[in-house]
Design a protein around this ligand. Structure first.
Ligand code: PLP
Length: 391
């Protein structure tokens, strides 16, 4: 069966060029980058090249790039660094729609002596900048707000938020795991102090990430031990993955126009086709301020999991906006924070595209999805009771 993969915000296919560039670092150049012999020199050069490639994608200096194991580690490192660097400040500001990598850490800190403000969003998933302004105080150690939301693709006004944080003397961290490689980012002219990247969201492998730390930012390491990454992240360098991430960043820069034109066109075509041809369907998230690859829609009165299973039978891989917690299918915290009505939040599906998707694939989804939704609604007691009553 042909697989149509439209779940790229969950993870991406590793680009073949990335695999090719990584291979020698498993087979021939397998040494330790810290060694004084031949291997050390060869690997050191390649790590510098990877740093340059990451830096070129986000407008950063090589000295500002710290390689980590994933986006989650980068987020934890940034937040723990800020609260350790400013131990007298006991307040943190974040949002209710962050990824669990930030949200659960902030909840943990809230139950361990920190005062945490969780900013809400409106029905379109947008933040109220006035609320952000009112939340940040002189006691705020760090403001952590994501660049773009993983479920809806909504892009937040991070530069504006950074400015407010600066004015109050707080550090500004941005989880840009979903944004890097999809939209242009230039940290040269930015208010962001620290920024998280995850390799597997941009066609590098899982298990590699970056924390960008602006020059001059007070920093405390999360992993302590060896002198790697200039003492800022201990642990023997994962050279093949660092090399892979470097190549993936180079490719992302090369394909940035494609992402914002062809991929966006395919996403828009999918969105229009769904909203036009399937009744009682809602778009989740602001239409304009959104990643070019992401589409979150709710099909009223049915369960997202039923839709996913039917789509999977057709070879279509997407994801739902629910989290399977303790046996009950709860709508995700993002959709709940947005106030998506109960009857719609349960039937939410996220389609997230990449440069590997084609127009034929979008046409295939549009051909089959209306029948899938109709079939599920036909046997849904909610649909029969609520919708038929409503019309
Ligand atoms: N932040 C966001 C916005 C994400 O979407 C993800 C992964 O889905 C993460 C952080 C965690 O990244 P990783 O899987 O590399 O730990």
């Amino acid at each position: 069966m042909k697989v149509i993969y439209v779940d790229n915000n969950a993870t991406t296919k590793v680009a073949p060029e990335v695999v090719e560039e990584m291979l020698p670092y498993f087979t021939e150049l397998y040494g330790n980058a810290s060694s004084m012999h031949y291997f050390g020199g060869q690997l050191g050069k390649k790590i510098i090249e990877a740093r340059e490639r990451v830096g070129a994608l986000i407008g950063a200096d090589t000295s500002e790039i710290i390689f980590t194991s994933c986006g989650t580690e980068s987020d934890s490192t940034a937040i723990f660094s800020a609260i350790r660097a400013f131990p007298e400040k006991k307040h943190i500001v974040t949002t209710r729609v962050e990824h669990p990598a930030v949200l659960n850490l902030c909840k943990y800190l809230a139950s361990n002596g920190y005062d945490v403000t969780f900013i809400g969003v409106n029905r379109e998933g947008m933040l109220d900048i006035e609320e952000v302004k009112n939340a940040i105080t002189d006691n705020t150690a760090i403001v952590s707000v994501m660049y773009a939301n993983n479920e809806t693709g909504v892009i937040f006004p991070v530069e504006e938020i950074g400015q407010i944080a600066k004015a109050k003397g707080a550090l500004f961290h941005c989880d840009a795991v979903q944004a890097v490689g999809k939209i242009p980012i230039n940290l040269k002219k930015s208010t962001i102090d620290m920024l998280s990247i995850s390799g597997h969201k941009l066609h590098a492998p899982k298990g590699i990430g970056v924390l960008y730390v602006r020059k001059g930012t007070k920093f405390r390491p999360f992993l302590m031990g060896g002198h790697q990454e200039h003492g800022r992240r201990a642990g023997t360098e994962n050279v093949p993955y660092i090399v892979g991430l470097g190549k993936a960043c180079e490719l992302a820069l090369q394909y940035m126009d494609d992402e914002n034109t062809r991929v966006k066109y395919l996403r828009d075509k999918l969105e229009e086709g769904i909203l036009k041809n399937i009744p009682r369907t809602l778009l989740n998230g602001n239409k304009e301020h959104r990643l070019p690859n992401t589409l979150s829609v709710s099909f009223e009165f049915i369960e997202g999991e039923a839709i996913l299973l039917k789509l999977s039978d057709l070879g279509i891989c997407a994801s739902s906006g629910s989290a399977c917690t303790s046996g009950s299918l709860e709508p995700s915290h993002v959709l709940r924070a947005m106030g998506v009505p109960f009857t719609a939040a349960h039937g939410s599906i996220r389609f997230s595209l990449s440069r590997y998707n084609t127009e034929e694939e979008i046409d295939y989804i549009l051909e089959h999805l209306p029948g899938v939704i109709e079939g599920i609604r036909d046997i849904s007691p909610f649909w029969k009771k609520e919708y038929k009553k409503a019309v």
